[in-house]
Design a protein around this ligand. Sequence first.
Ligand SMILES: Cc1cc2nc3c(=O)[nH]c(=O)nc-3n(C[C@H](O)[C@H](O)[C@H](O)COP(=O)(O)OP(=O)(O)OC[C@H]3O[C@@H](n4cnc5c(N)ncnc54)[C@H](O)[C@@H]3O)c2cc1C
Length: 338
Amino acid sequence: MTLPQLEISYPETVVDACRLLEAGSEATQAIAGGTDLLMSLKDGQKQPDLIVDLWGVPGLSRIEYDPGKGLQIGALVTLGQLIRNRDVLSHYPVLAQAAGQVGSVQLQGMATIGGNLCQDSCCVYFNRPEEVRLSLPPCHKLGGNTCHVVPSSADCWAPYTGDLAPVLMALGGTVTVAGRNGEKVRPIAEIFTGDGSRPVDLGAGRLITKIMCPSPARHSGAVYFKLRPRETLDYAVVGVAVSLSLNAEDSRCENAAVILTGVGRAPLAVAEAEELKGRKVTAEAIERIAKAATKLSHPVKSVSGTEPGYRRNMVKVHVERGLSVSLEAAMASIGDGT
Ligand SMILES: Cc1cc2nc3c(=O)[nH]c(=O)nc-3n(C[C@H](O)[C@H](O)[C@H](O)COP(=O)(O)OP(=O)(O)OC[C@H]3O[C@@H](n4cnc5c(N)ncnc54)[C@H](O)[C@@H]3O)c2cc1C
């Protein structure tokens, strides 16, 4: 696999980067670590006429923590930086845990958090070598009108398999999206389209510059469980992020979130988890949320070959485990007065 001839620009400000992205064709692509993008260029899945390299833009590689304001992560912070950062390890260990499960150690050294959120979907048909892809009629993502994975579907079913989006969503994270005329803070869920052929839409000529997480609640627990065939390099065939906080007076739930990845066209928020607010987290409630998560999930044939039916069962198992482990951590922090 070799890279095609490419034109690359090296802007030195966010505004210049956005201007270049806006002026280019729809195919113009920003590049951060390149671990996702370069694969699709080599495979001919994407054929941009201009690449906008973000590394010359200052101020995007910092991690800052303030107990009152929470965590701010520049879009070019690498997963390796996240994994080693003291504030992340002390206050948001689930984020370091999830980053440590992305790809491999080498990949974590290059891959950025902004690129991780904006990565493309991962399809058993589309993410094949060109000869395989072109041996069948073009799918929705190739401008055709068929889906080779869910043939009855009128649109693209390529799943979103990113590991950090579900965790950041469970933690109540937001992103700063910058354009030529300013920036806007948006909930992370809003950047996902639910369309497999174009999973992320920031708007024309826009970039993520920062990712923010509020300070963690005092008595809380959060966990990310990733099911994958091998312990390295594989994408999530099921990923479950859970966060839960409790009121120290009566141990009732103050906040709960359960977000799935790898089993839908976007990270999926399980609405039933929010109904825990103000209630005790009982075994029955956990079971109800796990069943709702199973119903919400829609695993399709994956690159790893893992069966969709098995993965749906694993959604239930991992949601139950995630809620139980988070509850235990939150209860323990009440118990020991931390
Ligand atoms: C072998 C292999 C295994 C992998 N395993 C995993 C895995 O287990 N889990 C996982 O989540 N991912 C995995 N990935 C996908 C990818 O490596 C990671 O998601 C990585 O974090 C992408 O970051 P990057 O900086 O390299 O992105 P890039 O490749 O530079 O960019 C990816 C996309 O995001 C856009 N982009 C980048 N930065 C920004 C920004 N600031 N604002 C707007 N758009 C932006 C680019 O235009 C491009 O479309 C894997 C990839 C490979 C090749």
